[in-house]
Design a protein around this ligand. Structure first.
Ligand SMILES: [Zn+2]
Length: 283
């Protein structure tokens, strides 16, 4: 097998990854984690920025995790990041409905080296309950990752779903925080989402999600610019690789490709979060 990564030798950061742990009720959890890292190496992912949402529904709902599950899932994530300091970074996950606990978990996450905050889709995201989390995020230069869905005319079981217009209202209240909108390819009507966040410069979009509609990536670049796009894979590494192939066919300027692959991540996450990958260098 060739040692050249499938996605080429340039740095690549996945800003939206997930792992499993013993509490998620799957006997094969270690295998799943190992496979993600193996596939990541083959693709050329230098760093996986990942979260664990409680027990992934095993003991309490994925998007409404109990205090114990939020804590235990975060502990498992912090341990994975500590055990593989080269390739893995942690988001601290919070359920925004439990305001005091969310606040305490973010502080615990910062102490444990988390570099971002994953807010569960457990409360419409323009709700004031998210404001203290956004204030902490801005203070500590931690981006917030949140997922969105459009069209929100039906209720999605087990979630209090937000759309991009809700996210734009939250981000407008917190101009010094950076917000990542999760998976442009996995949030329903992406044309609506792009239009809703276009004029809110502190919202970036990650490119994950299994949707690979023709024209989607071109519209992302047109409407947000390369500097507000972050490569990511979420659960499907194969579609992440496919998006890189599609970006290559768009013949973006090399600086724009580097921005999407890793430089934007270096900019929005805390200084030094990616070790040798810094503003100046692509070591
Ligand atoms: Zn996700």
């Amino acid at each position: 097998m060739s040692s050249v990564p499938l996605a080429g030798p340039e740095p690549l950061i996945d800003v939206h990854a997930h792992f499993h742990w013993a509490g998620t009720g799957r006997a094969d959890w270690q295998h799943i984690n190992a496979r993600r890292l193996e596939a990541g190496d083959r693709i050329g992912i230098r760093v996986h920025v990942a979260s664990i949402l409680g027990t992934w529904g095993h003991r309490s709902p994925t998007y409404f995790a109990s205090r114990a599950d939020v804590r235990d899932g975060n502990d498992a994530m912090f341990a994975l990041a500590a055990a593989d300091a080269t390739r893995v970074r942690a988001y601290v996950h919070v359920n925004p409905n439990d305001e005091a606990h969310a606040h305490a978990e973010v502080r615990r996450g910062i102490a444990a080296g988390a570099i971002g905050i994953k807010v569960a889709a457990a409360r419409r995201c323009d709700d004031p309950l998210l404001d203290p989390i956004a204030v902490l995020a801005a203070e500590h230069h931690l981006p917030i990752l949140h997922h969105l869905w459009q069209h929100r005319t039906r209720h999605w079981p087990g979630q209090d779903i937000s759309d991009a217009a809700d996210y734009a209202r939250l981000a407008a209240r917190h101009p010094h925080a950076t917000f990542i909108a999760a998976h442009i390819g996995g949030g329903g009507d992406w044309q609506h989402s792009l239009a809703a966040v276009r004029d809110v410069p502190n919202i970036c979009f990650d490119l994950s999600g299994s949707g690979v509609d023709r024209g989607m990536l071109e519209r992302c670049v047109e409407m947000l610019g390369a500097e507000r796009l972050l490569w990511a894979a979420d659960l499907t590494l194969d579609t992440g690789l496919a998006k890189l192939r599609a970006l290559e066919t768009m013949r973006l300027a090399p600086a724009d490709m580097a921005a999407i692959r890793w430089r934007n991540a270096v900019r929005i996450f805390p200084r030094g979060a990616f070790g040798a990958l810094t503003h100046g260098a692509a070591a």
